[in-house]
Design a protein around this ligand. Sequence first.
Ligand SMILES: *[C@@H]1O[C@H](CO)[C@@H](O)[C@H](O)[C@H]1NC(C)=O
Ligand SMILES: *[C@@H]1O[C@H](CO)[C@@H](O)[C@H](O)[C@H]1NC(C)=O
Ligand SMILES: *[C@@H]1O[C@H](CO)[C@@H](O)[C@H](O)[C@H]1NC(C)=O
Ligand SMILES: *[C@@H]1O[C@H](CO)[C@@H](O)[C@H](O)[C@H]1NC(C)=O
Ligand SMILES: *[C@@H]1O[C@H](CO)[C@@H](O)[C@H](O)[C@H]1NC(C)=O
Ligand SMILES: *[C@@H]1O[C@H](CO)[C@@H](O)[C@H](O)[C@H]1NC(C)=O
Ligand SMILES: *[C@@H]1O[C@H](CO)[C@@H](O)[C@H](O)[C@H]1NC(C)=O
Length: 662
Amino acid sequence: MGRFLLLLTCTLVSNYLHPWRGAGAQSMFTIRDISISLEPGDNVMRGTNVTVRCEALVSSSGAGPLSREYTIYKDGVTVYTKTTSSSSDLLYRLPDARVSNTGKYKCKLNIEGRKVTSEAKKLTVTGLSTPLLHLNNAVVSEGEELTARCTAPGETGSIIFYFYDDSKEILEDRVNSNQSEVKLRFNDVGIHKMNCSYTVLVTPFFFRSDKSNSVTVSVKELSITPVLEIFPYSNIYEGDRLDIMCTVRSLMADMHGNVHLYLSRGTQLLSRGDTNVNHSMIALAKDSEEFECRLEMGNVVKVDTKKILVTELFSVPTLTMSPSEVFQKEYMTLSCKSDTFASERIRRDQLTYSLDPPESLLIPKSSGVFSGKAPVYDFNYTCIAQAKGIRKYSRPLTVRPKVTVSTPKISVVGSAVLGRPFKVLCKSDFGSLPINYTLLKDYDQLSMAIVKMPLEQALFTVTIHQPGEINKFMCEAKNSQKDAPLSKRLEAIVVVPLSHPTLTVIPVLPEIAEGDHLFLICGVKGTPPITFKWYRDDNRSPIFTTTTDMNNTDYQIQALAKDDSGTYYCEAINHAKNVVRSAPVTIVVRLALWKKAVIVGFCLLLVSVLVVVFVLCIRSKRDGVPHYDGMEGRVTNGTRASAVSLPTDTSNRSSFSIPATV
Ligand SMILES: *[C@@H]1O[C@H](CO)[C@@H](O)[C@H](O)[C@H]1NC(C)=O
Ligand SMILES: *[C@@H]1O[C@H](CO)[C@@H](O)[C@H](O)[C@H]1NC(C)=O
Ligand SMILES: *[C@@H]1O[C@H](CO)[C@@H](O)[C@H](O)[C@H]1NC(C)=O
Ligand SMILES: *[C@@H]1O[C@H](CO)[C@@H](O)[C@H](O)[C@H]1NC(C)=O
Ligand SMILES: *[C@@H]1O[C@H](CO)[C@@H](O)[C@H](O)[C@H]1NC(C)=O
Ligand SMILES: *[C@@H]1O[C@H](CO)[C@@H](O)[C@H](O)[C@H]1NC(C)=O
Ligand SMILES: *[C@@H]1O[C@H](CO)[C@@H](O)[C@H](O)[C@H]1NC(C)=O
């Protein structure tokens, strides 16, 4: 235990001191260089004994041999490894080198985990052996199997072999060996010259060999053939009976049991049998096809083919309608006709026509002509031409009966405003398109609109100047040559645009006083409903807004105050969307009457007091100063008339009397 511990400690210490030393190593070392060389050279001929030499230069403390692990790579793949303690060069031999040895070689040396890799060296081996072709039989029957073997003598690696038959490549075979064996079969009677070649793959290159020896194989015909017979073979018409026979003609005795016959037309197998196949059928025009009698015997396949031409007895009928467009329940005629027929086989009157479905509501008029009322809905008709048991169907004809237009309705889109353009819509609920809509005014045609698509509308733009004019409009719709239905007269509310706005004030203007009940009446000419708005001074927002069905309405202020004074106006708007504004009215709220009376009374009282005081003063002065007379005389001189008239004015007197009584 103690010894093991000591050893461990030594190892740890030595590892610490000598980092290049492995755990089991006895000495220090360094790999100074490693190189690779090819002997006798880089480019050699096929068959050369090539040696890959790996030379390593290793310095060590020499305390003991090192374990060297060599790896040789060819094109990156390990091809050889060797572990040795010898310090001599590593030799990797490629005796008798082949093209497949071509590649880049590298050498790697690993000593105790320390790895050094050499540069790469490219070896090129040239020359491929000539392939050899061998056949197991020189004479074969048609369809008989033959084995062919192509050999690439001495070659190694991945090889593709090619086989040629009369210079034509017939097979390729990829193998990892020096030979390929394939099974071949010949169907062409006669002499075939065969050879082969090969390619050696050395990724990413390939090397192609010369061609092999040429080998001849003779293919003999089997004395057995299929025979196809068709009766009749020419001048065949539709409806003719065809007898087809597929038989074997043979000189061989032992063929029975493994012969099979197949009779087919195109891809359709009609019948099969062993020595003899019969088939009967009615010829149809589309049978102008190839028939095949196929014989299979083991691997041998032989065919006999024949093509027949079947003449049409009559052509496929075509169904037409007249007139080309019909309205529901209108009279129409359908005609069914085969354009051509084989007059050498049938007469025209042998060709009969009928409609499908038979209960088509149409009555035959003459051969192939059917008349009656058009259906109400879309209907598919097919006609059938028939003669000698042959039936031919026409392509279906879809009759799409048109619907007569219904009485149109006339209406205004949006609102009709007097003097402004507005739109009038004319619309029928039913009727096939296109429909011509005509706008009439007092039975005069104004304009026409053609509706071609389902969502289109017939819209007319008109302007009227009198409300009564609106009823003069009518419209008609037409989609056929028949009379066009006429709509009723246009009825709609005509919006008269607003005009003549007035703002009327009650009570009358100058007499508006505090406490009064004020009416601001806004009136316009035009069509209700009307929205009225009252504004004051320069305010942007109205003080009152209302909508009414009358052409005037009011805004009231109860118990006017002094600060209700100001400038007022009103605006009105209706469906014509034009805003009209009244002239502004300035309202000055005067003082209330009783306040005036109080003020006047107060003034009079003041005057009366002053007069009394004055009179009293005079009286007291007269008592003491005689000069008063003189003074009165002077005053009297200038104002005698008024002085005299003053007491005669009753109102003034009464005014005077008030202070007197007070
Ligand atoms: C190659 O080496 C073999 C023996 O390993 C020898 O028999 C043969 O002659 C050599 N070929 C050449 C071309 O040196
Ligand atoms: C072909 O390769 C095989 C081994 O894969 C060998 O035994 C044979 O001798 C080779 N034949 C020729 C002709 O090189
Ligand atoms: C042999 O093969 C080559 C192709 O490698 C071809 O070109 C040549 O015609 C062939 N010769 C014969 C006689 O089939
Ligand atoms: C086919 O028809 C030929 C001649 O008409 C007749 O000899 C033969 O027996 C028939 N074969 C069969 C399988 O019916
Ligand atoms: C008519 O035939 C067409 C196809 O050819 C089919 O799409 C359509 O539905 C048929 N109409 C009627 C009414 O049967
Ligand atoms: C509709 O108007 C067009 C163009 O004026 C005209 O050609 C067509 O015949 C009219 N259709 C009918 C059914 O009147
Ligand atoms: C207001 O309407 C009446 C009828 O509703 C009409 O007689 C009158 O003239 C209209 N006044 C104005 C100013 O348009």
